[in-house]
Ligand binder design. Structure first.
Ligand SMILES: Nc1ncnc2c1ncn2[C@@H]1O[C@H](COP(=O)(O)OP(=O)(O)OP(=O)(O)O)[C@@H](O)[C@H]1O
Length: 266
């Protein structure tokens, strides 16, 4: 279980997150959305142990996060910079296994297995720069999965891909999540994507001092389909609800429209 207890975060005097509390059960795919600059990446970097916690606590299975946790993997939007151009695709994927003390042949076998899972077995010996953006992001996903993470953090991983590639990678992620069962925290700007992928969608309010504005379970059937799921009335209703929460002014977003009314009337 990943837990955030009354987490507040800032960069010097610049306040970003305030009093964020969340419990993410093992195996949940949690999507985090919110207005630009509200602190989504800051939240992920804090969970990843890359930023010291200012106030409150982040724990994984009861252990305080004070550095990069074991069995954590991170996938960023910027796949181009995250892969090493002088290594083959296979060696990029095998790289994180060095720390696990596996022999070279074992590392390569594991990497090839992961590349097969993401549909890139034929590209193992190529260089990352010989691949399309979507293929490079598949490599980044394979490299994240090769350590069999129990927690996978993804920051806008499909943000710069074309629509069709993005849909393919969304479905790849859902398939991986079904079979591997890791807890996933997935940050996105895309409201449709958050509802399509998530077991749950958390909306952060506009900054500074962003808080959890809405915490919505996604009651859609686990088996998702790009056309059928997006046409379901529940999908359409939830997308509208998330969209309203993302667009709401900070105070109304946190308090809810009813609480905010007297303030608006003044
Ligand atoms: N290293 C940093 N130093 C100082 N301020 C920062 C730093 N990183 C982010 N910020 C500021 O903190 C706030 C939150 O940034 P963050 O990147 O976490 O938001 P975000 O919701 O991920 O943004 P976006 O949706 O645009 O990617 C912003 O105002 C940003 O300018």
């Amino acid at each position: 279980m990943l837990r955030l207890d009354s987490l507040s975060q800032s960069y010097g005097e610049h306040r970003v997150l305030r009093d964020v509390s969340l419990s993410v059960p093992d195996g949940q795919l949690l999507c985090v959305v919110g207005p630009s600059g509200c602190g989504k990446s800051t939240l992920l970097r804090t969970i990843a142990g890359l930023l010291p916690v200012r106030e409150g606590a982040v724990t994984i299975d009861g252990t305080l996060v004070t550095g990069v946790p074991d069995r954590l993997a991170v996938v960023f939007q910027d796949y181009g910079r995250s892969l090493l151009p002088w290594l083959s695709v296979r060696d990029n994927v095998a790289l994180p296994l060095r720390r696990q003390g596996l022999r070279r042949a074992e590392r390569r076998a594991e990497a090839e297995h992961m590349l097969e899972r993401v549909g890139l077995e034929a590209s193992a010996r190529r260089s990352p720069w010989q691949l399309s953006g979507g293929m490079q992001q598949r490599v980044a996903i394979a490299r994240a999965l090769v350590v069999r993470p129990s927690l996978l953090l993804m920051d806008e991983p499909f943000g710069s891909l074309d629509a069709r590639t993005r849909e393919d990678l969304e479905d790849l992620l859902l398939e991986v999540h079904r079979t591997d069962g890791a807890t996933i925290v997935f940050v996105t700007h895309d409201i449709d994507e958050s509802v399509y992928l998530g077991d749950r969608v958390v909306v952060l309010s506009a900054g500074p001092d962003s808080r959890v504005a809405r915490d919505l379970p996604v009651g859609l059937p686990a088996q998702r389909d790009q056309i059928a799921t997006r046409g379901l009335p529940e999908f359409v209703a939830l997308r509208a609800e998330v969209g309203r929460a993302v667009r709401a002014p900070a105070r109304a977003a946190v308090l809810g429209p009813a609480d905010a009314e007297p303030e608006q009337a003044r």
